[in-house]
Design a protein around this ligand. Structure first.
Ligand code: ZN
Length: 624
C-alpha cells in the first residue's frame, strides 16, 4: 500500500526566505510568521455536522485564517510556509478530558509488560524479554530496579503467576517488580523480596497475600493487598530533578497520540507544586490542567499560591476533584440495586459504597460553588449519581449558572438522570473503552440492562448534553483511535456488542475528543475547533475517521502534533522540522531565550538589546 506518511514528508513545501541571511528585522518578522496548511481533509469541528475547509493559516501560535486556499495565499502572500498535507487529515489537537498525567510521568521509566491490546506480551518468556531489552537499552547496572506495569496473569498463555525463580534466572543481580494490572499487587524476584524484607519467616499480614513456593514457606513472588501496600509505598521515587527531566518524555506520550491538552485527574499538592515548577522552568510543551484532590483541601483552598482557572506557561489548576465512589469493574461503584455477584470481599446483596456521606458532599459542593471553583466529581454508580444530583440541587445551582460540573465516568447511570443533567448543567465525561475492557464483566456483575447503558453517548447527545470521552490513563491506553472506535462499535473483548443503541457516529466521537472537553474545561474560546482566533493546536492523522470503516479506525495513525504552531511530535522527517523542544528552528538560526520567552536569532537580539554578538553574552542575557 501507498505510504502516505513518507509521501507527505517528501512533498512538504517550504517557501519564503528561510534561512534568512540578511539581518532585516521586517523580513525576520515575516519569516517567523505564517504557515498555511492545505492539501488534505481539514475538519473544523465547529458545527453539529462535519465541515471542511481548504486551508488553515497559523501565525504566532494562533489560527488567523480558515477558508479556501486561494484566499489564504492572497491574504498572506509574503514568506508563507506552505505545508501540503498530501491527503492526510488535519483536526484540532485532541483534548484529553480525563487522565492521570503524573502516572505517565512515573511510567516513563517502567516497562510495559501488558498483554494486547495494551502491550504485546502474551507469555512469560516475552515478559522477561521485554525486561531484558529495557535493561540493556537503558544500561541499568547491577543492583538497579526493573519495574514492569500492566502485568496480568489471566491474559498470558500460562494462565498463572510468574514465580520468582523465573525472574531470578534472567535477573540474578537486579531487583524486579511486576506491578499487577489491578494495582493491588505485584510479583517480585528474590532480590526485590529481600529488599522488601519478605522471607520465609514473614507472616502474611491480615487482609494480605504472600504466595509461597510449593511445600515450603519460601515466598514465591506474588504479594497482594495488605502485603503489597507497604512495599508499594517503599518503592524508590524519582527525585524532583529526575522528574523534571522526565517531563519531556511524559508529554511525548500524549503528543505521540495527538493530544495537545492533558489532564492530571487527581492531583496532590506536592504534584501541583511540581507542575507549577515545571511550568515555571518552561518544561511544558502542551497544556496541562490539574484537578486538585479534595482530600487535601485544607492545603490548597483559599491559599493564594493556588489560583484556579488560568494558564501560566501552559499549566492551569482547573477544578476540585471529588471521588465519590469506586469502580464498576471492581464492584465498588455505589449502585441502587445490588450487584448480581458478590462484593469484592464476598459480600452478599452488595451495593458498593460512597466514599463520603451526603452531608459531607453537600458541604464540599457548597464551598466550591461559593468560591467559584469548578467541580469534577468521579461518580460511577447510579446511587452515587443520585447523591450528586441531590447535592447540586441543594446548592441551588442550575444550567443557567454555567458551572459545568463534570461527572467523571458517569457509568452506571439511569436514563432519567440525563434530563437532570440538562436541567442542572451537569456535563458527563464518559469512558466508552469500558465496553471493550470490562463490557463482558459488567453484564455478569450488573445485568444487561445497566451494562448496555454504560457511557450512553447517544442518549446523552439526544438529550442535548455536551460530552467528552476519556481513557482515564493509565487505567486504559491513551489512544484516541481506540477511544473513537469503542464509542462507535461498543464491542467487548469477547466480541459482544455492549448496547448497540448507544453507538455513535465518527463525528460525535471526535466531538468528544475536541470541542466537548474544551467546553468542559471552559476553553471553547481557546481550543477544540479550527476557528480564527483560537490556538493553532493541530493533529495531522493518516486517515479521515469520518470516511473510514469503523473496523479500520483503530489502525489510524497520528503523523504530527502541533501545539500553538510548533511541531511537538512528528513521525515524519519534515523539511524545516528541525525544531528543538521549544519549537525553535535551529537551521534557521533560532535559539530559545528564556528571558524573552521566544525563539530568537542571537545576532539580532544582540543588536537590539545591545550586548556583544557572542554566544556567552546571548546565554547570559537569556537566562531567567
Ligand atoms: Zn481517573
Amino acid at each position: 500500500m501507498f505510504n502516505k506518511g513518507v509521501f507527505f514528508a517528501t512533498l512538504i513545501l517550504l517557501t519564503g526566505c528561510e534561512p534568512v541571511s540578511i539581518a532585516d528585522k521586517e523580513l525576520v518578522k515575516q519569516d517567523n510568521g505564517y504557515t498555511v496548511y492545505f492539501g488534505g481533509d481539514i475538519v473544523t469541528m465547529s458545527g453539529e455536522q462535519a465541515s471542511y475547509v481548504e486551508a488553515v493559516v497559523e501565525h504566532n501560535g494562533k489560527i488567523v485564517f480558515v477558508g479556501n486556499k486561494k484566499a489564504a495565499l492572497r491574504q498572506y502572500p509574503a514568506t508563507l510556509t506552505q505545508v501540503d498535507l498530501q491527503g492526510s487529515t488535519l483536526l484540532p489537537g485532541f483534548i484529553d478530558p480525563h487522565s492521570h498525567f503524573m502516572s505517565a510521568l512515573m511510567m516513563v521509566n517502567q516497562v510495559n509488560v501488558a498483554a494486547p491490546p495494551v502491550g504485546t506480551a502474551t507469555n512469560i518468556p516475552q515478559i522477561i524479554a521485554k525486561l531484558t531489552a529495557y535493561q540493556q537499552e537503558q544500561n541499568i547496572a547491577d543492583g538497579g530496579w526493573l519495574v514492569g506495569w500492566g502485568y496480568d496473569q489471566e491474559l498470558i498463555e500460562e494462565q498463572r503467576h510468574i514465580i520468582k525463580t523465573e525472574l531470578d534466572a534472567a535477573f540474578p543481580n537486579h531487583k524486579v517488580i511486576l506491578i499487577h494490572v489491578s494495582m493491588h499487587g505485584a510479583v517480585l524476584n528474590s532480590n526485590a523480596l529481600a529488599w522488601a524484607n519478605i522471607d520465609k519467616n514473614t507472616k502474611t499480614p491480615k487482609g494480605g497475600i504472600i504466595a509461597r513456593m510449593p511445600n515450603s514457606n519460601e515466598p514465591a513472588g506474588l504479594i497482594m493487598e495488605m502485603a503489597y501496600i507497604p512495599v508499594f509505598e517503599k518503592l524508590p521515587q524519582p527525585s524532583e530533578a529526575e522528574m523534571l527531566n522526565l517531563m519531556a518524555k511524559a508529554q511525548k506520550h500524549y503528543t505521540s497520540q495527538g493530544y495537545t491538552h492533558a489532564v492530571e485527574g487527581f492531583t496532590h499538592t506536592k504534584h501541583i507544586d511540581f507542575l507549577l515548577k515545571a511550568a515555571q522552568q518552561d518544561k511544558l510543551v502542551i497544556d496541562i490542567a490539574a484537578l486538585a484532590a479534595f482530600t487535601e483541601m485544607d492545603k490548597w483552598f483559599d491559599n493564594p499560591k493556588y489560583k484556579f482557572g488560568e494558564y501560566h506557561n501552559k499549566f492551569k489548576l482547573h477544578a476540585c476533584k471529588i471521588t465519590l465512589d469506586g469502580s464498576p469493574q471492581g464492584k465498588t461503584a455505589f449502585v441502587s440495586k445490588p450487584y448480581l455477584t458478590t462484593g469484592p470481599a464476598g459480600q452478599h446483596h452488595w451495593h458498593g459504597e460512597s466514599s463520603i456521606t451526603q452531608t459531607q458532599l453537600d458541604g464540599l459542593t457548597k464551598k466550591m460553588f461559593t468560591a467559584n471553583i469548578p467541580l469534577q466529581i468521579h461518580t460511577n454508580g447510579d446511587a452515587a449519581i443520585d447523591m450528586m444530583i441531590k447535592t447540586v440541587e441543594q446548592a441551588g445551582i442550575t444550567a443557567k449558572d454555567d458551572r459545568r460540573t463534570v461527572i467523571v465516568h458517569s457509568q452506571f447511570q439511569r436514563p432519567e438522570h440525563l434530563a437532570k443533567y440538562v436541567e442542572l448543567g451537569l456535563t458527563p465525561s464518559y469512558f466508552t473503552l469500558h465496553t471493550y475492557f470490562w463490557g463482558d464483566v459488567h453484564v455478569k456483575n450488573i445485568g444487561k440492562n445497566q451494562a448496555y447503558f454504560i457511557s450512553p453517548m447517544k442518549a446523552a447527545k439526544s438529550a442535548g448534553l455536551i460530552t467528552s470521552n476519556h481513557s482515564d490513563f493509565n487505567v486504559t491506553p491513551l489512544d484516541p483511535f481506540f477511544i473513537i472506535w469503542s464509542a462507535m462499535a461498543r464491542e467487548s473483548r469477547s466480541g459482544a456488542i455492549i448496547g448497540a443503541e448507544q453507538r455513535i457516529d465518527a463525528y460525535s466521537a471526535l466531538q468528544a475528543l475536541t470541542i466537548g472537553p474544551a467546553y468542559q474545561f471552559f476553553e471553547e474560546n481557546r481550543k477544540g475547533m479550527l476557528k480564527e482566533g483560537l490556538l493553532a493546536d493541530f493533529v495531522i492523522i493518516e486517515n479521515n475517521p469520518l470516511k473510514q470503516d469503523v473496523t479500520e479506525i483503530k489502525n489510524n495513525k497520528v503523523l504530527t502534533t502541533i501545539k500553538e504552531g510548533k511541531t511537538v511530535f512528528s513521525i515524519l522527517n519534515l523539511v524545516g522540522n528541525d525544531q528543538d523542544q521549544h519549537g525553535c528552528k535551529n537551521s534557521a538560526g533560532y535559539a530559545w531565550c528564556s528571558s524573552t520567552k521566544r525563539c530568537e536569532r542571537p545576532w539580532l537580539l544582540a543588536k537590539e538589546q545591545k550586548f556583544a554578538n557572542e554566544s556567552a553574552a546571548f546565554t547570559e542575557f537569556c537566562k531567567n
